[in-house]
Write a protein that binds this ligand. Structure first.
Ligand SMILES: [Mg+2]
Length: 254
């Protein structure tokens, strides 16, 4: 078998992208069937900037409860700052490598300076926090996480706004990493804490060479939040949504 470990992004890869009607869209029944089948033949990993709580509601609740299969599933919430493994009938997530208060302060201050520099003003109508503290990651969303998808999609279709924002952020935050994610988001973490970090930790944990890892994601372009996987995975497959992801899974099961 060419690959032993298949890793997936969530938003836009296993699920549709977030929208107002579906804040955190669930995997559909087809997708859960395919993942359940995949876990019989391969080790399966899911890595995302999302929290473990989101993993539970979007993914875990809709997968098999078969303990033997779940032993082949690895969850890496907040980009792998926790590695959740299944054992003794329960999920164990070793402690998250959270940002300190002073690191958070530094990041918030950099956002303020960046907003002034690029001329971003917080919109009158927002849908949730513009800057969200996720423990090991600070996430910016131009209109808040729960903004209607039409508003989100119209804002930065070609990523040019956020590319400019990321450039400015990097100047003020040399010790941190900033990546474009979703339709309006930028994720900031400690440098070295991105999907590459999480995937490397997982390969170490499983004692697998990188050639055995196939990564599937929808944002593998430069500065996209899947791009770090290119440095670690033996091979990466870019998809445009869950339907294309299912096709990749089908190919793997042939
Ligand atoms: Mg994605």
């Amino acid at each position: 078998m060419k690959f032993e470990l298949i890793a997936f992004d969530i938003d836009g890869t296993l699920t549709r992208s977030k929208s107002p009607l579906e804040d955190n869209p669930l995997i559909d029944t087809d997708m859960s069937d395919w993942l359940n089948k995949l876990m019989v033949k391969y080790k399966v990993a899911i890595i995302s900037g999302a929290s473990y709580k989101q993993f539970q509601s979007q993914i875990l609740a809709h997968l098999t409860k078969d303990r033997e299969k779940l032993k082949n599933l690895y969850l890496l919430p907040t980009n792998g700052t926790a590695l959740c493994v299944y054992g003794n009938g329960t999920w164990q997530c070793p402690p998250v490598n959270a940002l300190t208060d002073s690191e958070k302060k530094e990041i918030y201050a950099a956002f303020d300076k960046m907003f002034a520099e690029v001329g971003f003003t917080i919109p009158d109508n927002v849908y949730g926090e513009i800057i969200e503290d996720r423990g090991s990651q600070i996430t910016f969303s131009a209109f808040g996480q729960n903004a209607p998808i039409e508003i989100k999609e119209a804002w930065d279709k070609d990523h040019s706004r956020r590319e400019q924002m990321v450039l400015v952020l990097k100047k003020y935050l040399p010790d941190f990493a900033a990546h474009i994610g979703g339709a309006t988001s930028i994720d900031v973490t400690r440098r070295g804490i991105d999907k590459a970090y999480g995937l490397r930790e997982l390969l170490k944990h499983l004692n697998l060479p990188r050639e055995k890892l196939l990564y599937v994601g929808d944002e593998l372009y430069t500065d996209g939040n899947d791009a770090p996987a290119l440095k670690v995975a033996g091979e990466c497959r870019a998809v445009k949504g869950p339907e294309e992801t299912k096709k990749v899974i089908m190919e793997l099961l042939v």
